[in-house]
Design a protein around this ligand. Structure first.
Ligand code: GUN
Length: 295
């Protein structure tokens, strides 16, 4: 049995970026402007700065316009709501995101629900979550969307498989469990959603044909938890201090790669697996915002 084929998210994301760049060229040829993503960044949290700078860079690479709007960490909730309202009404902006986390004095849910769902390219608005659950057109948040594309484009079928998802976050575990169980081309799996109160986790993971780890607990999925021949998708990207690196940290997945890759038939590495697909997920949503006429 072939073991441990690396599912190369960086390569798949690169292919999708080329497709997006082609779509932008076609829009220009038709006399239309480029898709435009705006990002709101409050304060200067190190992680958020990095993520937003990637988003701006990714836009540039595929030919999108982007606008970064900064506000200080003491911005008031009402000022932020006004900013969101302005972006909702700005026809030059196809989609926008408000980078999370927000400072404690701001009600995050209030900000998210103020975003026009048709411009909510993060897919965080309750309307988009509802659309996703019902299988209606809308935005699926970037990480689940990226994972769907990664699985599809690497020739892995989910139909009839037992998929075990570990982690029930609103952003990854819960939407993945719904998308996998749907009666659609991607989907038709039998899904088990495991979490911190699952007493027999190993019993569950050992019966998984496809295992998706999304807890943010580095190295918590070990070789003895994986069925020989399973496909393993590692969503973890925890920053662990590492003095040997220029950045001062290393990215660690939830899966103990060296052990698990000896058992699995295919596995995503960290970095270079789900991370690049998440980035491309936002670009796909922005392209959709500019072309699908959801509005
Ligand atoms: N913070 C961490 N990930 C994300 C994301 O995907 N979107 C937003 N808006 N904030 C984040």
């Amino acid at each position: 049995m072939e073991t441990g084929r690396r599912i190369d998210g960086k390569k798949t994301a690169g292919e999708i970026r080329l497709e997006i760049a082609e779509a932008v060229k076609k829009m220009h040829a038709e006399g239309r402007r480029a898709p435009h993503l705006a990002a709101v960044l409050v304060g200067n949290d190190g992680g958020s700065e990095t993520y937003v700078s990637y988003k701006v860079k990714d836009c540039k690479e595929v030919g999108f316009d982007s606008t970064l709007i900064r506000r200080p960490s003491d911005v008031s909730e009402s000022e932020l709501l006004e900013l969101v309202k302005g972006l909702n009404e700005n026809d030059e902006v196809d989609g926008f995101i408000v980078q999370l986390p927000l400072p404690k004095h701001i009600d995050t849910q209030k900000i998210i629900t103020a975003i026009n769902p048709d411009k909510d390219v993060d897919g965080f608005h309750p309307v988009n979550v509802g659309r996703m659950v019902l299988g209606l057109p809308g935005y699926i948040s970037a990480t689940p969307f990226g994972i769907v594309e990664l699985i599809k484009r690497n020739g892995i079928s989910t139909s009839g498989k037992h998929c075990v998802v570990i982690g029930r976050s609103n952003i990854v575990g819960t939407p993945m469990s719904i998308l996998l169980s749907r009666n659609t081309e991607f989907g038709n799996a039998t899904v088990t959603l495991c979490h911190s109160r699952t007493p027999n986790l190993k019993e569950m993971t050992l019966s998984a044909d496809i295992l998706i780890a999304a807890t943010g607990r580095p190295g918590s999925v070990t070789g003895d938890m994986v069925k020989p021949g399973a496909v393993v998708i590692d969503v973890g990207t925890t920053r662990v201090p590492d003095a040997d690196r220029k950045s001062g940290y290393a990215l660690k997945g939830d899966v103990l790669f060296d052990e698990v890759s000896k058992v699995s038939s295919a596995i995503t590495p960290v970095p270079g697996g789900v991370g690049p697909m998440t980035r491309v997920g936002l670009l796909l949503n922005t392209l959709k915002a500019a072309t699908a006429n959801l509005r």
